[in-house]
Ligand binder design. Sequence first.
Ligand code: NAD
Ligand code: MG
Length: 295
Amino acid sequence: MSEKLIDPIGRYRSGDFAEQRQEWPGLQREMEPVPDCGEASYVGTGRLAGRHALVTGGDSGIGRAAAIAFAREGAKVAINFHPREQPDADDLHALFAREGRDLTLLPGDLTDPDFCAQLVDDARERLGGLDLLVLNAGYQQAQKTIEDISHEQFDRTMKTNLYAMFWIAKRAVGSMPRESAIINTASVNSFNPSGEMLDYAASKGAIEIFTKGLAKQLAQRGIRVNAVAPGPVWTALQISGGQLEGGVRKFGQNTPLGRAGQPAELAGLYVALAEPGNSFTTGSIFGADGGTGVA
Ligand code: NAD
Ligand code: MG
């Protein structure tokens, strides 16, 4: 990161976003502005040299920021993403190639338990090991009332956000070495549900408890489990159904910092939770929410 002092308010835009909407899952390359995932700013110092990381939802947004940071810290990285997101994944692959790095692309639908198991096996094989797991993929569709939430939406939200986390972790932990780390993406909704995100918030609440419980289970195996709980961050999730109609323009302006976050601002937290120096930190949830005080 830059050595000069950075004003957290002035670092990114705090005015309105242009109202915009894409079909799910959305491509961040078509957003205005394109989210900043640290492509031009993240500087690594070898904190994850020799590590092997799988990042779900790694094509865009927060997962992409973590993938970039992990690679620049020296880790080998594989990303999972939905097949419809191939263009964003290709962009990231090209960025890695320009830097002389390899990025393993493992597309597939996380709502399928068989695919989740295969994903773990493929990542381990392609990377030559697996000791960092960032379980970050998420599905969020805002709806005004419970009557507006279809069975299919509720099911998809739970499968993507919670079941896939369970399926992947269950498959992975048996062969993860001591000093491995699992980092889940929770949300401010884990603690304080938005009324228009009932299914999403319920899944994120479960992720908070899953993180703390799994950390207790895995402590004696030397595997740490933590989570990051973001507030409003400018990503494709938000413009492909994550906000009610008209909710994009003022997105994030209700935080004490007065603006939405950018994925790049969260990357350092994922690195901190991955690096072996923070060996006493497990079973905790770390907020990155512009000061809302929720996490
Ligand atoms: P994003 O859209 O860039 O990333 C979400 C990713 O989830 C997608 O890129 C996609 O690859 C993956 N995904 C969803 N359904 C999938 C499926 N069926 N199969 C495979 N992959 C699938 O948005 P983001 O905001 O970076 O989201 C990352 C995480 O951050 C999510 O868990 C989200 O809930 C969480 N989060 C985001 C915000 C925010 O304001 N952006 C706030 C709190 C929490
Ligand atoms: Mg995406």
